[in-house]
Design a protein around this ligand. Structure first.
Ligand SMILES: [Zn+2]
Ligand SMILES: [Zn+2]
Length: 70
């Protein structure tokens, strides 16, 4: 038996947002790694590397801070 303690140690739970991976799809490019900067004269889309994830397509989970647990 442990001595009486008023507080249990904090229980870490798996993050509900990233499901423990610590990474979430980038909100800016929606997981594509690219953003549409505009269209050229022929109407073709000009794609730019996403500034939110730098083309990695995922960002650190804002809910758990990348730990995967909260
Ligand atoms: Zn992105
Ligand atoms: Zn998370």
């Amino acid at each position: 038996m442990s001595p009486t303690s008023k507080q249990d140690p904090p229980v870490k739970r798996r993050c509900h947002r990233c499901h423990g991976s610590g990474r979430t799809p980038c909100q800016i490019c929606r997981g594509t790694g690219q953003v549409v900067r505009g269209v050229d004269l022929r109407g073709k889309q000009i794609l730019d590397r996403c500034v939110g994830c730098f083309g990695v397509k995922t960002t650190r989970c804002p809910t758990c801070g990348g730990e995967g647990f909260v």
